[in-house]
Design a protein around this ligand. Sequence first.
Ligand code: COA
Ligand code: THG
Length: 566
Amino acid sequence: MKILFLTHSFNSLTQRLFIELQNLGHEISIEFDINDKVSLEAVKLFQPNLIIAPFLKRKIQKEVWQNYLTWIIHPGILGDRGPSALDWAILNDEKIWGVSVIEAVEELDAGPVWGYEYFAMPSSRSKSSIYRNEITEATMQAIKKSLKRLENNQKPVAVSEIRENIKGNLHQKISQNNRKIDWQNDNSQTIIRKINSADSSPGILTNFFDNEYFLYDAHIEKKLKGKPKEILAKHENAVCIATTDGAIWIGHLKKRRDNEKKYFKLPATTILKDFLKNIPEKSTSFLKDKNTYQEIFYEIKGKIAFLHFPFYNGAMSSEQCSRLKNAFQKVCETDAKIIVLMGGNDFFSNGIHLNTIENAEDSPQESMQNILAMNTLVKKIIQTTNKITVAAMRGNIGAGGVFFALACDFVWAKNSVVLNPHYKNMGNLYGSEFWTYLLPKRVGKNLAEIKKLRLPIGVEKAKSLKLIDDHFGNSRTEFEEILQNNLVKTLTQENEIISNKINTRKSDEFKKPLAEYEQEELAKMKQNFFGFDPSYHVARYNFVNKVKHSRTPLFLAKHRNKNNSN
Ligand code: COA
Ligand code: THG
């Protein structure tokens, strides 16, 4: 079928759907929902058999849904209607939630239902994390069921006619007042739930030092205590704030827009820097400690070390890269024979940290610093020849994050992972992270095809291109079980793998030293950062400041692209 995605943006859910529906043989084109006129034009140009709205905030005009079958993906259970669906579900502490595929009609989300799915709500996870995992998985199931229904010429069913014990209802757009933190009365769990319900957007507004900030990225602290709202400690990106029954860590803040300026999200310690001079720095080791928040931590099981780095949004600043390198070094000093890079649950890595770069006094210089810090980390992994290294991708991965993962001996991904192995969306950066060494070595003759990619790919395609070695596991637990089995198997071949690795590294270095690859890459990156073409700086500014799309890029809007090429 010809399927048009009408969507607010090409977010993670839309990307996954794009990959899965293409895999089922459908032809997909995408239009950003900019205004009614442009959306109608897209529909007329493409003449789709079906329109899907994976992530839409505006009402679809009658002329579209009356003439073309249109499905809304709603992040709520059967019968649930209205905006802020997932926000309300988290705030109300729902135990079961879900996704429904609703046919668009005049009244918002009130149309008949083509498919729906339920899942158990995880506790203590942010809205965006649930969206990127449970909502995305449930959507794939619900959409596949809906497509079966359509193929079988079955009709959608009105909510009132479906017999289910759990049904939702209409709700209003959520406001700051609905989830305002009451520091004198709310306990840690309540505060974290409120912040989770608004993370990644819009955040929970609160006041510190006479300024208003949106809070994001909240975690429990089990040891420190103080007067409610007192700042107790700082550590790396995060600040620790006392609550009525303990304390929480806040990793990210955004200053509220004022008359002069609109601000963007940054590490909490960056934003509050001037107020934190007398606040003690909490020291923790990288070894996993359940009592506090650690941005980077490792655990050792037998001869296998698991290094976790669930960086917010998968972004890695110069400082984060350097801390991760130190943590990797610490793990190297243990008896572990295999080091597994686990990334985070939502993202493995999205490369350099565009927000901290945008915030730097000298952004071109900070871009270079960030790339150098990434390279130091990647080089350390490549040069670790006495251990086996594995990248275990559990979450999505993009740009430099992909090449960082390829530094490992084995690259395995969870079935749901979406990869963006290119820098094309960021002003067409040349890229570094030793990709000119790592990529040809791994993918051989597929190099040219990979270099042409500018769209996200799924794990099947990534494996066929040899970007990854394997993929498995539909759920988090399934992935981790198979991962463990594979690691145990790998361990039995330890000596052979290590001796091959030492020899290959030696001969590769002899043919062309790593330093030479790096110099060549950096020469190109210098052009991107300091040269005449401002594309990267413009793209970064727009990305960080969330400048609204004014048009859909032609590589997505195939209906507008005469050549129809990728
Ligand atoms: N450096 C810095 N930041 C980076 C980065 C990098 N290298 N790479 C990615 N990011 C950030 C992005 O800026 C974005 O940040 P933010 O969302 O914290 O501001 C984030 O990583 C990824 O965003 P996106 O591509 O939108 O990913 P997503 O699809 O995983 O996130 C939600 C989606 C949850 C934020 C959003 O889609 C949402 O609100 N969904 C709810 C839908 C809903 O309720 N709809 C109701 C209508 S019925
Ligand atoms: N039918 C039609 N168009 C649609 C839907 C539909 N467009 C997308 C929509 N479903 C997705 N769901 C909603 C449901 C309610 C609201 C927005 C998206 C909503 N919005 C308020 C408004 O527009 O005034 C407030 C939101 C805001 O202020 O951002 O109520 O089923 N044809």
